[in-house]
Design a protein around this ligand. Sequence first.
Ligand SMILES: Cc1cc2nc3c(=O)[nH]c(=O)nc-3n(C[C@H](O)[C@H](O)[C@H](O)COP(=O)(O)OP(=O)(O)OC[C@H]3O[C@@H](n4cnc5c(N)ncnc54)[C@H](O)[C@@H]3O)c2cc1C
Length: 479
Amino acid sequence: MEQADTVVIGAGFGGLSAALHLAEAGHKVVLCEALTYPGGCASTFSKDGYRFEAGATLFSGFGPGQWMARWIDRFDLDVRVEPVDPVFTFHGPAVMDVPSDRTAFADHLCALPNAPADKIRAWMAYQERIGDVLWSVLDEPELLPPWSLSALWRHALRGPRYLRLLPLVNRPMSHALERFGVADFEPLRAFLDAACQITVQVPASEAEATFAIGAVENFFRGAAHIHGGVGELGQAVCAAIERMGGSVRFANRVKALEKTADGWTVQTRSGAIQTRHVVANQLPQDLMRLADVSSARLDSMRSAVEGGWGAAMLYMVVRDEGLPAHAVHHELVEDAARPLPGGNHVLVSIAARDDRRAPPGFRTASASTHVHPNSDHPARTLSAVQDRMRVNISRKLPQLQVVEEYTASPRTFERFTRRTDGLVGGVPRRVGWHNYAGLWPRPVARGLWIVGDSAFPGQSVLSVAIGGYRVASAIGKRP
Ligand SMILES: Cc1cc2nc3c(=O)[nH]c(=O)nc-3n(C[C@H](O)[C@H](O)[C@H](O)COP(=O)(O)OP(=O)(O)OC[C@H]3O[C@@H](n4cnc5c(N)ncnc54)[C@H](O)[C@@H]3O)c2cc1C
């Protein structure tokens, strides 16, 4: 039987990152992916000659010195990163650009009618101070557990800065907004609710404040787009894994895991592999079925994910006429007073002009909204959601000329990412201490680890890549 040190199941960005760092640490790594391309929810797929982003379209942490930028340098990843500015245009109670420069954003907000300008500027300065503390560990995840001595020493020096976080722990973000007197300023509140919904999966009134502020800071910290689509980054990571001696196997679904005396036997479509460690880039419920394992920890991870969302998508081919050459993003909210999921809130991302993605004169675009997962969602309801997305898009972006459209639902995501019920939203960060439970990476059974957006720190390409790195660090070098 083939032997490996670690088998990674799934080439989403959590699995890609774990495989990359383990290969760097000298492990004989085999990465098995069911699809024929990498990236999962953050992939680029081909359809009728067009290339669409499957889900994720807008990325952070690519600024100078930030973690994704250092990743690209360290592993010599062959991609072209294009900063996006404005990061997106927000179409809510007011229409405003969200530039990467927070002072310019504060200026936009303060220029709106009845804006409490001093309070808005005080809030934006506070958000930056909190963001500085949180992003100091996202930019340098070596500071997260498992800690080295030098990381502990650096924490000791920084100690007082962490005290700033205490008033935010176990409190909703709306509590902090109230303290600054900006909770009722509708354009800011609608923007933050929408930003929280797409990042921490709940509005500001329900979101754990530290996670919510950290997530909203994404827009001001190295927001970028990958030329050719995020799939290019996934492919570049695969090439780096192979350069370091790892093996990446597409169209190679893992069918079962069997426990052995000193590890696991991994049954894959192309044969069995004996390994010491398995890193599963899967939802806890999917891993539980594959490995026939259960534990209180897996159960609690599973129920956290079950409280999450699925996605409804429109993949569109639009006319290039009148659009800027670079990628553009629009966040649309039809009615800020009503719940955002179900087509009320839509993120529309138009890819940069690129002949490899659409013929001259055309561009591809992906639009998404949150929906309840599969089981509660008959096709009729879903098509009503997609109609609402179309109406929202045609009202707010009348300039967009759609010539072709394909749709996707939680069922589509279930099929293509193998996530039960098409649960693609990760863990909603509702207020509570439980959010900090995964701070220390631990195996879910001996030699069995989970990476991806159901594990700490959570949803987004940057977060799952950091999660993969942390698990690789906890597993350690090849003995
Ligand atoms: C609509 C949408 C929009 C989003 N927008 C953004 C955004 O703009 N920016 C951002 O940063 N994030 C965004 N996200 C979130 C981000 O895409 C995800 O958090 C992240 O990509 C999830 O990565 P993951 O590691 O959990 O793996 P996944 O993406 O779930 O990938 C898992 C992989 O494992 C494979 N797999 C599963 N089971 C098996 C098996 N048995 N054998 C072999 N392979 C298997 C699957 O085929 C898949 O390729 C968005 C997500 C969605 C759904």
